[in-house]
Design a protein around this ligand. Structure first.
Ligand code: FES
Length: 146
């Protein structure tokens, strides 16, 4: 194998590894759930945040809630057992659906980034994400869509 071919193969392998890591980061552990529409509320069980790890209950940092009546999913972050933040996953630049990467949401169209509270971190988007008030009723989390 000559030097040029070796460098080309190494470069492609590095690119593949980088892309694979990004895909894994975006997919591993992500929980999607279908919410239940109840008047102006989209409801999900709090247990949706639970996962078993090493025989212990742990909590997901976020889940993605979907419903047929919603054009965009809603990302719900769990900060504590009583503190949740619900964000519409619609980029405020030109409306592309956002992707979640841990504690930030990123737009695949032009690269805008938002924090887990919905604030713009990087443009071109100028406006923060739409958020929804959240209520807890027993073991149900209610997102107020009105
Ligand atoms: S549509 Fe999201 S950055 Fe342009």
């Amino acid at each position: 194998m000559n030097r040029k071919k070796f460098i080309k193969i190494c470069g492609l392998n590095c690119l593949g590894l980088t892309c694979g890591t990004l895909v894994l980061e975006s997919c591993v552990g992500v929980k999607f759930i279908e919410g239940t529409l109840n008047n102006e509320f989209l409801e999900i069980p709090l247990s949706a945040f639970e996962m078993i790890e090493n025989e212990e209950i742990r909590f997901r940092k976020y889940i993605i809630v979907q419903h047929n009546n919603l054009k965009y999913p809603i990302c719900v972050y769990r900060n504590s057992s009583t503190d949740y933040v619900a964000l519409l996953m619609q980029c405020t630049h030109q409306g592309t659906e956002l992707q979640v990467f841990g504690e930030r949401l990123q737009c695949p169209a032009h690269g805008s980034e938002f924090t887990k509270t919905g604030e713009v971190q990087n443009g071109p988007a100028d406006n923060n994400l739409r958020t929804f008030p959240v209520e807890i009723n027993g073991d149900i989390l209610k997102l107020n869509l009105s």
